[in-house]
Structures are given as C-alpha cells and as structure tokens.
Design a protein around this ligand. Structure first.
Ligand code: FAD
Length: 458
C-alpha cells in the first residue's frame, strides 16, 4: 500500500514543477497566505471583479498541497456548525439564506470548472447518508424532520428505505439512507490544480516554496522576504497554528483515506453503485466515501485525530493502524470487495474552531481578513467564503457579506496538554459510543456520545 505522497489524487496527474518562490520583498494590493481552495477562490473572484488589483498568493509547498488536494471529493451544500447556533446569533432567515447560498455554490463551482476548462471528473449525483444501527436510524429520521423545519422539501432531502437504497448501492447492514441531490463527486487535485492555473491566467502570482511566519496589519513575513499589502488574508485552515500567535485558533484535526484498486467487474456488479453518489454514515466517528471516475472506492474517516501541539503530518503519511481500520471498515461495508487490494492511503488536516462553525472575517481598519474553520465541509464552502472575502476586501455590501458566518468571534482552544487530552478523550468516547450503538437494539443515541458532544462544543 502506498502511503502519503500528499494523496492518491495526485498519482495519476502529470508531474508539475513547483512555481518560483517569492523573489524578495514585494508590495501588492492583496496578499493571500495559503494556496488551497480558500486562497485561490478569493484570488479568482478578486481578480475577476477588478483586473487591475495586484494579488499575490504565498504558499509554503505548492498550491493544493493541503486539504484541498487530499479530501474526499464531496462537493456538497453542507456546511460546518449547527444551524441553530448560527440562528441564535443571526436569526433563522439568515441561516435559510446560507442554506440556499451553499446549494447555489455547488453549481457555481461546476460552472467555473466548465468555463475555465477544468476537467475534474465531476458528477452531480447527490449524497447518501446511511444508517446501520437503530440509533443511527433514529438520528437519520430526526435529521430529516429537522431539515423540514428549515424549509427543505422532498426535492432537497428524502429517506430511502433499505430496498430503494439497494437499487443504488449495496451496503452491508444498511437499514435506510437519506438522499440529497445537492452534492457532486469531484477529483479534488484536478480541481485545485486547474483552479490555480486559472488564477494565474488572470494575472495572480502564486509564490510556492515560500513559508509565512508572521502576519500583521499590511505585512506578511516569510522566509523569502516581507510582503507589504493593503489587505492581508489568512487562508491556512488546518495549518493556521503554524503562524505566530495563532497556536490555539483552529485545531488541526486529522482525517485519513484509503482507496482501492479499480473494482473488477464481478465485484462492481454485486455492489451496484453505478452512479457516483457520495455516501457517509450516521456514526459519531463518521466515514465518507466516493466511487471514483475510474471505478475505485475511496473511503475516509478519523485516524489518530490530533497530534500534540497542533502539529501536522509529513507529506500525507498516515499511521499503519489507521490504514488497517479504514480497510476493515471498507470491507465491512462492502464484503464483495474483500479481495480488492488497497492501492493508496494518506491523510490531511482540517481546521476545527472551538465552536465547530465556519468564520469569514475582515477588519477594514487593519486590512486583515481570514476564512476557514470548515471542519469536514470545505470543498464548496471555500468558494462561498472566497467570494465573500472578495466582497469584504472591495467594500461591496452584498448578500454574501451578510451571511451568518461573517464576522463571528470564536474563543480559542485550551492550552496543551488539555487540548490533546480533550481530543483524545472525545474520540475515545465516540468510538465507544459507536460500538455500543452497533451492539444495541435500542434506538437511543449513546449517552457517552451526548456527553462528548456537550464537552467538545460540537
Ligand atoms: C482527508 C480529508 C478529507 C476531506 N473531505 C472533504 C470532503 O469530502 N468534502 C468537503 O467539503 N471537505 C472535505 N475536507 C475538507 C476540505 O478539504 C477543506 O475544508 C478545504 O480543502 C480547505 O481549503 P483551504 O484552502 O482553507 O485549506 P488547505 O487546502 O489546507 O490550504 C492551506 C494551504 O496553506 C499552505 N500553508 C500551510 N502553512 C503555510 C505557511 N506557514 N505559509 C504559507 N502557506 C502555508 C498549505 O501548504 C496549504 O496549501 C476534507 C479534508 C481532509 C483533510
């Protein structure tokens, strides 16, 4: 099994040389720190609105090195954080606006990919969430009931019984699933690489191999010189803790994936899954999967969730035990694929704010802005956040700048070792709760999971 090398998604792409680093001190209008989807979408919309702006992206490795080139490829209308929490601060109408904006964003990303000639194996076949225990089934039903209170109709989300689900995909032990059409499967590295080229064509300079060490008003310090800019935007998601003074901001949560070799036809025939719906489950330590365009199954979930002191992985290499547990899970869900070898495993980090909700901020007086904290739902959200940051920078008052995630203030995580101990304890509790729920006939959510949710602020 190949492990790391950033991710499987890069394996089939032609090797690309890194772009030149920052040549030394520079002055620009907008400095964007981080060349993932957040930074690139922001640059894209800034330049499209005003081609005269000078925009520079500072990237430690290469554009798409982070979560953007490693994720599960769910281009989904979901967003991080509870709708109730946003509504308490901004009202229900604003949250309904965010739900609509996220749906439209899925189509916006697909449209830009088409306009810019980016072939990212995109298939908008929707998303399935599968329940495999009575407690998961109860959460599924409650979730759909709750969706209805937010105005979601049968066209937005509906429940498929066991038999109807089986006509789409044969998942062992599945009791039912929810289905929503507002999601596409994508090959994320193709998308992020294509976007980086599109941004360059618009005249943005991407400085790779350039590490930002400190961010201050009008200034980004890097190992290659200092960039002065009217606007400085921090787009570092799971790597935010690498910047001076940001150690306790967003927590870098690890997520790992495995991908099989292409399924042989007899195996594929038993599993079905002829369209490319992505699917996840209702476990507390949840999983996510997609059927790739070349006929593999890619599946992800939590490995070791967090490294002491907010450290990140090396080049996407994940732990052996994680590869084994994800492989076991894949074979539990798809016994027909038990003999299909695993081709590649990798991991990446996502950014988790203390309240598990996304934030887009910009301060006109300092010129400092940031977007992130998508938890596991950033592929579409980065586009909406990037468009929003672009409006905030240009001073355009729009529907986007009034979205409920704009301008939130979130407290920081606890210092170490409490942070490390807290995350370890939380995931131990989730694993235990999932085990208890699978063994039980009861449809009640495990009290251990409720307790873990309460203390983690999820
Ligand atoms: C394994 C995995 C699976 C996921 N699956 C999904 C999914 O299916 N659907 C979904 O919606 N979301 C998913 N996510 C989340 C999603 O990928 C992210 O929310 C999104 O890519 C975040 O983009 P970003 O640009 O904010 O961050 P990143 O893509 O992480 O970009 C940050 C960039 O900053 C660079 N950098 C780091 N430190 C410095 C520094 N000091 N100076 C300069 N540059 C620096 C990094 O190299 C990186 O390129 C997943 C994440 C992971 C890790």
């Amino acid at each position: 099994v190949r492990n790391g090398d950033v991710s499987f998604w890069y394996r089939d792409l032609p090797v690309q040389e890194r772009r030149a680093p920052l040549p030394g001190a520079r002055t620009v209008d907008v400095a964007i720190v981080g060349g993932g989807f957040t930074g690139l979408w922001t640059a894209y919309y800034l330049k499209r609105a005003d081609p005269t702006l000078e925009v520079a992206v500072i990237e430690r490795e290469f554009a798409g090195f982070g979560a953007s080139g490693r994720n599960g490829g769910w281009l989904s209308a979901e967003f991080a954080g509870s709708r109730e929490r946003y509504a308490r601060a901004s009202g229900r109408a604003a949250v309904v606006g965010l739900i609509g904006a996220m749906r439209q964003t899925v189509d916006e990303v697909i449209a830009v990919a088409r306009t810019e000639g980016i072939d990212a194996d995109i298939a908008k076949d929707g998303v399935l969430f599968v329940a495999r225990s009575p407690a998961q089934l109860k959460r599924l039903r409650e979730g759909v009931d709750d969706d209805r209170t937010w105005g979601e109709t049968e066209d937005d989300v509906r429940i498929l019984g066991r038999d109807e689900l089986a006509t789409r995909v044969e998942i062992d032990g599945a009791l039912a699933a929810s289905y929503s059409p507002h999601c596409a499967a994508v090959q994320p590295a193709k998308l992020v690489r294509g976007l980086a080229s599109a941004v360059e064509r618009l005249g943005v300079q991407i400085h790779e191999n350039t590490t930002a060490t400190a961010i201050a008003p009008r200034t980004v310090r890097t190992d290659r010189g200092t960039v002065r800019a009217t606007h400085v935007l921090r787009c570092l998601e799971g790597f935010t803790a690498s910047i001076a003074g940001q150690r306790r901001a967003w927590l870098p949560m690890n997520s790992s994936m495995v991908v099989t070799e292409p399924l042989p036809e007899p195996v594929a025939a038993r599993i079905g899954w002829r369209r490319r719906e992505v699917f996840g489950d209702f476990a507390h330590a949840y999983m996510y999967a997609q059927r790739t365009a070349d006929g593999r199954i890619a599946l992800g979930g939590r490995g070791r969730p967090y490294r002491f002191g907010s450290r990140t992985d090396h080049n996407g290499r994940t732990q052996h035990a994680t590869v084994e547990s994800l492989t076991a899970l894949l074979r539990t869900l798809f016994p027909a694929a038990a003999e299909v070898p695993i081709a590649h495993a990798w991991c990446g980090v996502l950014g988790v704010p203390r309240d598990w909700s996304t934030t887009v901020t910009y301060d006109r007086t300092t010129g400092l802005g940031a977007a992130g904290g998508y938890v596991g739902s950033g592929l579409a959200a980065t586009n909406l956040a990037g468009r929003t940051l672009a409006d905030l920078v240009s001073g355009t008052d729009s529907e986007l700048t009034r979205l409920p995630w704009v301008g939130r203030r979130v407290r920081t995580w606890e210092p170490e070792p409490i942070r490390w101990l807290g995350v370890q304890a939380m995931y131990a509790m989730y694993r235990r709760a999932d085990r208890d729920e699978y063994r039980s006939e009861s449809s009640k959510t495990s009290p251990i999971a409720r307790f873990a949710n309460a203390i983690s602020g999820r």
